[in-house]
Ligand binder design. Structure first.
Ligand SMILES: [Zn+2]
Length: 67
């Protein structure tokens, strides 16, 4: 199997993909960036989830059906 290559989203270095859809290389600073981004996105998603859960119950039905 041929390994995919990707360019790190943080330092622009070309690296071999070890995980499908990998965006950051193994450098500590890049991993830290990845974690920070993940945490921020998770927090944003949680906030959105809380808002929509309060806003309507009809929407949660559609969201469930879409899965
Ligand atoms: Zn990097």
């Amino acid at each position: 199997m041929e390994q995919q290559r990707f360019r790190c989203a943080a330092c622009n270095k070309l690296d071999r993909e070890r995980v499908a859809g990998q965006r950051y290389c193994g450098a500590v600073k890049c991993q830290r960036k990845r974690k920070n981004k993940w945490r921020r996105e998770r927090y944003a998603r949680d906030a959105t989830y809380r808002d929509t859960a309060q806003a309507s119950t009809a929407d949660s039905c559609t969201a469930w059906a879409r899965r």
